[in-house]
Design a protein around this ligand. Structure first.
Ligand code: ZN
Length: 239
């Protein structure tokens, strides 16, 4: 699914007509700004798709390119060049925002590899089972957490009732705080495991990448589930 970094067939520069690859913002021959490049968020920065990125280098490159395509520099240029500088600026912003965030970067790369992932697939409860995509049903409890989540939901309900009645329940409060710490800890574990899979994906062959992708999808599901749980507990405790 990944688009190739440098297109095999060079596209001609609109200004000097010399061919260049279509992932570049500027013609390497005459330096003129080019129409927004094809490819992906990685290739915009001249990078291969990787999960371990040199973030300071990425930031540096983002600022360097942003200055070069800044619309102020094209105020007196032709209509096309002005439009391209706006489009390139928007593209750079989206690409940088996505790649600098570890979770967004992971989801983006998995999407490039053809995975259905992210908010648009986090179906409202119920929809998942219908179309056989129950992996994406956010209400589905990870098997190893079944008992704890059941217990937690009862305690949350109890806490909400107590709050409604204006009652204090320090024991329940303490128990929920302990549960929150435990689930926070599980989130840290998920992130550590994700980093291990990053390494496996970056350095692996096709088969290793397939395995890492599958594991990362499962970890992201688990992460989403745990985050929602922690959010529920935090909201109930803070109410
Ligand atoms: Zn040119």
């Amino acid at each position: 699914m990944l688009k190739v970094l440098d297109s095999a067939v060079p596209i001609p520069c609109w200004s000097c007509s010399i061919g260049h690859n279509d992932s570049t913002l500027f013609c390497p021959h005459c330096s003129k700004i080019q129409p927004p490049p094809g490819g992906n968020y990685f290739s915009v920065f001249g990078l291969e798709p990787r999960l371990n990125l040199d973030l300071p280098a990425l930031e540096h490159e983002f600022h360097r390119l942003s200055r070069k395509v800044h619309p102020d520099r094209f105020a007196r240029a032709g209509e096309n060049e002005r439009q391209w500088s706006l489009a390139d600026t928007a593209l750079l912003n989206d690409a940088y925002r996505t790649l600098k965030d570890p979770l967004h970067r992971t989801e983006y790369l998995l999407k490039l590899e053809g995975a259905e992932i992210g908010e648009e697939f986090a179906a409202p409860a119920g929809r998942g089972a219908e179309n056989g995509k129950d992996r994406k049903d956010p209400s589905r409890v990870p098997a190893d957490l079944l008992e704890e989540v059941f217990e937690l939901n009862m305690q949350l309900e109890e806490m909400r009732m107590a709050r409604k009645m204006g009652e204090e329940d320090p024991a329940l409060q303490a128990s929920l705080e302990q549960a929150k710490r435990k689930f926070d800890g599980l989130l840290v574990e998920v992130d550590q495991n994700l980093h291990i899979e990053w390494q496996a994906w970056d350095e692996g062959d096709a088969a290793a990448r397939k395995r890492a992708q599958k594991t990362m999808l499962a970890l992201l599901d688990r992460r989403r589930y745990l985050s929602n749980l922690v959010r529920d507990v935090t909201e109930t405790l803070g109410a």
